[in-house]
Design a protein around this ligand. Structure first.
Ligand SMILES: Nc1ncnc2c1ncn2[C@@H]1O[C@H](COP(=O)(O)OP(=O)(O)OP(=O)(O)O)[C@@H](O)[C@H]1O
Length: 645
């Protein structure tokens, strides 16, 4: 935690220094009133001590009692004003320091988050990630503003009061300070008890957030499936477990403050008893020296000054515990290893011709990812061993896939659901890296290319296009921010989207709603397609990019794409085989392997899986061989058992 503060506070350490110095000044001025009051009682009211202040020359001091009273008032006022100014500056310094750290940390954590690879997001829950970026970062800020400055004030108070009391009367000082070690032990015990409870609380709030986030996102399914009651029960359960964890922590926490108050109160009563008896009867037992009434008042006031700040000690410890747990989570995010990262010697892909080669590519998704694993991977890396050597090796989704696409050619990828088609193209844009084999663009291993140049070269329209909250224009120009309105319109035209966009209430300025909910699936797809076409990539990857549009619109898109894609390499995944019928080559995937390849005509002649799929789409079910149905049933069973794992 301190490392985080040191790292992010380096550039604005001046504010922390200001905060620290002003904390000490404000505490020092707080020591003045009890001391001055004690002196005034003895010197002015009782006349048992000469009137004088440390650091003030005697020649400045009045001699008449009334004037001495006014002089004392002046000293009190000066201390109050100075204390007020110091206290303002102290808050200013600490708050600025904390705000700057909070801002820098949040931006940095977000930057690291978006650099994480797809696998990280596959395994993380959105609610938990948001909670790290919000709650945990805020917790670190509030510990600085409340915790650190209070702790500093407390230390300054204990040391300052301790020194003054010891100078006045070391024995009585011992009596009134006796509570300090007691309070420290009491607090330590509290911390031990409450620490695991806070950890449990944080976990359960993360789970609750994740559930709420998931449900708001999936509200449509909840409604159409009519599972409101079921989801309400699940939220109730998650909320109850947060409640239980929180209540457990609260029960421990609420015993802390009364405990502190009792110890402080006992110490106050003890100081009163010993001090008052000392004033009345002289030193007790083996002790010597005198205590004047003024000194007694000073002692009592100081002892009282302890009570509230010491009670705050609990809050400081509380806040420390939370901030520590938060910093572990923030650190976890900042340190999370990336499997897909840019190599330091990566080179930019310039003027890409568009050749693609897959050579013996095998790939399987990681089955699990958690912080412990990430830490283990980091430890392994620090120890110089291969962090992936004993990672899960799940069943491959792609097995020994090899093929090449000449620049400007179009390859179609077809196959049953779950056969690995989307996975295949995700390796081309490096959403994941292959476990074995190589993916090349223009003969260069994509892992040797800079990510920015690779993603500029490859335009990827995914199966489930995502639109950001904003206008149609913003969504099309997303990623090509310098595009003119004319460019945007031309891209929309190519994606056969121009007409529907112009018919929207505000045309290109129409707001699409969150995730584009105000548009139809086919409209969303065409906007996503326009976004990618606007980039004018050398390689176009269309993953079921027109699956939601009707066949007529698809024909329009294909006609305009034919012109656009004439000199670009295109990889098109489609369930609707007519979409890829004219491709230069069609790859047929089954269970992660390329089982057939060739042109539409060649594949029909081969009379294998492709030919059967073609018959299915032509509605010619009766002519399908029984072996096709048997294989389809086996594939379904395999997919379902995968999903059930
Ligand atoms: N992020 C992921 N994490 C783990 N497994 C995944 C992930 N994405 C896909 N899979 C699994 O990989 C296999 C291939 O999925 P993929 O999406 O590549 O198939 P597909 O051929 O594109 O299917 P569809 O035609 O249904 O889109 C499936 O068994 C799927 O369950």
């Amino acid at each position: 935690m301190w490392r985080l503060y040191a790292e992010y506070g380096r550039d604005n350490g001046g504010d922390a220094v200001l905060g620290t110095v002003m904390t000490l000044v404000s505490r020092a001025t707080g020591l003045v009133p009890p001391l001055v009051l004690g002196l005034a009682i003895d010197a002015i009211l009782l006349g048992t001590r000469p009137f004088g202040f440390p650091f003030v020359p005697d020649s400045w001091l009045p001699t008449a009692p009334d004037a001495q009273v006014w002089f004392t008032v002046g000293v009190l006022l000066a201390a109050t004003l100075l204390g007020g100014a110091a206290s303002w500056l102290q808050s200013y310094g600490w708050n600025r320091f904390a705000q700057d750290i909070q801002h820098a940390l949040r931006v940095d954590a977000y930057e690291r988050l978006q650099l994480q690879d797809r696998a990280f997001f596959d395994q993380s829950r959105t609610g938990e990630l948001l909670s790290v970026l919000n709650n945990d970062v805020n917790q670190l800020e509030s510990f600085l503003t409340d915790g650190v400055s209070s702790a500093l004030r407390l230390v300054a108070l204990v040391v300052g009061v301790g020194v003054v009391l010891a100078a006045l009367n070391p024995w009585l000082a011992l009596v009134s300070m006796a509570a300090v070690p007691l309070l420290a032990v009491f607090t330590l015990l509290f911390v031990r008890r409450v620490q695991p409870k806070y950890a449990r609380m944080r976990r359960s709030v993360g789970e609750l957030n994740a559930r709420l986030e998931n449900n708001v996102g999936g509200i449509e399914v909840i409604k159409t499936e009519h599972t409101e009651r079921y989801e309400l029960d699940r939220v109730r359960e998650a909320s109850r477990s947060y409640y239980d964890a929180n209540w457990d922590a609260i029960r421990t926490r609420i015993t802390f403050f009364p405990g502190l108050a009792v110890i402080s109160g006992l110490s106050f009563a003890l100081t009163f008893a010993v001090g008052a008896l000392w004033v009345l009867n002289g030193p007790p037992a083996f002790l010597s020296g005198t205590v004047s009434p003024g000194e007694f008042v000073t002692f009592m006031l100081y002892t009282q000054q302890f009570i509230w700040p010491l009670a705050q000690f609990g809050q400081i410890v509380n806040s420390y515990q939370r901030a520590k747990a938060s910093s572990d989570r923030v650190y976890g995010l900042l340190r999370a290893e990336r499997a897909v990262a840019e190599r330091p010697d990566a080179v930019a892909l310039d003027s890409v011709a568009g050749r693609i080669d897959y050579e013996g590519v095998t790939f399987g998704y990681e089955t699990g990812y958690d912080e412990a694993e990430a830490n283990a991977a980091e430890d392994a890396e620090n120890a110089g061993t291969d962090p992936n050597s004993d990672s899960d090796s799940p069943a491959p989704v792609l097995r020994d896939v090899s093929f090449s696409v000449e620049p400007g050619h179009t390859v179609g990828v077809v196959g049953p659901t779950g056969s690995g088609k989307s996975t295949l193209v995700k390796l081309l844009v490096r959403l994941y890296d292959p476990d074995e084999g190589v993916v090349r663009v223009d003969g260069r291993d994509v892992r040797d290319a800079t990510l920015s140049s690779l993603r500029r070269a490859v335009g990827y329209v995914s199966q489930e296009p995502f639109l950001f909250y904003g206008t149609v224009r913003e969504n099309i120009a997303y990623g090509t921010f310098g595009a003119t309105d004319e460019d945007v319109r031309a891209a929309a035209e190519r994606a056969a989207a121009r007409e529907f966009i112009e018919n929207l209430p505000d045309g290109y300025d129409t707001l699409v709603g969150e995730r584009g909910v105000k548009l139809s699936g086919g409209q969303r797809q065409r906007i996503a397609l326009a976004r990618t076409l606007l980039k004018e990539p050398a390689i176009l990857v269309l993953d079921e990019a027109t699956s939601h549009v009707d066949t007529e619109t698809e024909a329009l898109i294909r006609r305009s794409l034919d012109r656009f894609a004439a000199d670009r390499t295109t990889v098109a995944i489609a369930h609707r085989l007519s979409t890829v019928k004219d491709a230069d080559e069609i790859l047929v995937l089954e269970a992660g392997r390329v089982v057939e390849r060739g042109t539409h005509g060649e594949l029909l002649a081969e009379d294998g899986l492709y030919a059967n799929l073609w018959r299915v789409q032509a509605g010619d079910i009766d002519s399908l061989p029984e072996s096709f149905f048997e294989a389809a049933v086996a594939r379904r069973a395999a997919l379902e058992s995968d999903g059930g794992e």
